[in-house]
Write a protein that binds this ligand. Structure first.
Ligand code: NDP
Length: 273
């Protein structure tokens, strides 16, 4: 079941999704607001239709991957009645509240709805590490997951339709935090005349690989400092990094992640004292 799948949206991600489904032998129908974006998908066997209705009609399962929540609403509003008793999976990123409200709206029309979050970028869709978060009714997920598994490992995160977005946004925040740190690091290196490529390969990457599991395992919401770490030592360490950054002339606003940690350590020192 669900061998025929329609994709709404042929941006970079929609095209990657359609391509992965075609590669897995699914019958794929595609629609995009602006025509002519199907590229080589049609040559690879996809059928392009000129209306959203046509896309919904063509398949057992419709997947939306558009810019944002507003574009999903705008696209579905004129055809929502047509989706009654059909399955819609939304892989458009958005907020938790948007996902919950979209779920409520679609359920009023009898749409079987799953919310999703893509933990991949277009080139990694369908590859080993890629996974897709889904939230909504578990039995619906169980029925839909095999059809969509070529996109990436399907991973259900709960009945609450907002949870796919919640896990997605929280994971992205973690990623951007690392990104900010990496950015800050290479700028310091460069400003003081170091070789960025050597630093990345020989120091930054192995160091992050050593520390990432420790960071993730130790992350909690308590703001406490593990017993084996003296908060005063941590505070001095953070001040040293900020000093090195200042000496290198790297803008202080790039060091926001360090300041937040420093603030936590100073508070821990004050509380302990
Ligand atoms: P693009 O900007 O490449 O494509 C946006 C798509 O949305 C286009 O198909 C565009 O159609 C369509 N669109 C925009 N506004 C409307 C509207 N009002 N009505 C109908 N269609 C509209 O984005 P991506 O494909 O990269 O991303 C799509 C979704 O996937 C986003 O929610 C994104 O967050 C998510 N995602 C993307 C990742 C990535 O790395 N690219 C990673 C993980 C998730 P048109 O061609 O007509 O403008």
């Amino acid at each position: 079941q669900h061998e025929r799948i329609s994709i709404l949206g042929l941006g970079a991600m929609g095209r990657a999704l359609a391509g992965a489904l075609l590669a897995a032998g699914r019958e794929v129908t595609v629609w995009n607001r602006t025509p002519g974006k199907a590229g080589d998908l049609v040559a690879r066997g996809a059928r392009e239709v000129s209306s959203v209705e046509g896309a919904i009609d063509a398949s057992d399962l419709t997947v939306a991957c558009l810019l944002d929540d507003a574009s999903v609403r705008e696209t579905l509003a004129p055809v929502v009645q047509k989706l009654a008793d059909r399955t819609l999976v939304n892989l458009t990123s958005g907020s938790v509240r948007q996902a919950r409200e979209l779920d409520r709206w679609l359920k009023e029309y009898g749409v079987r709805f799953l919310a999703g979050g893509i933990m991949a970028v277009p080139p990694t869709v369908g590859t080993e590490g890629a996974f897709i978060l889904y939230s909504g009714a578990r039995d619906l997920f169980d029925r839909v997951a095999p059809a969509l598994s070529p996109l990436g490992r399907p991973h259900w995160v709960g009945e609450d339709p907002g949870f796919a977005a919640l896990y997605d946004m929280a994971a992205l925040s973690g990623m951007y935090g690392i990104g900010a740190g990496v950015d800050h690091a290479v700028r310091m290196l460069h400003a003081e005349g170091g070789d960025v490529e050597t630093f990345k390969r020989e120091v930054l990457r192995p160091w992050l690989e050593q520390m990432l599991p420790i960071f993730v395992a130790g992350a909690d919401v308590s703001d406490t400092v593990p017993d084996e770490y003296n908060p005063e030592m941590q505070a001095v360490g953070l001040e040293n990094i900020l000093a090195a950054s200042g000496e290198a002339g790297v803008p202080a606003d790039l060091a926001g992640h360090l300041r937040a940690s420093l603030w936590r350590m100073r508070r821990a020192v004050a509380t302990a004292g």
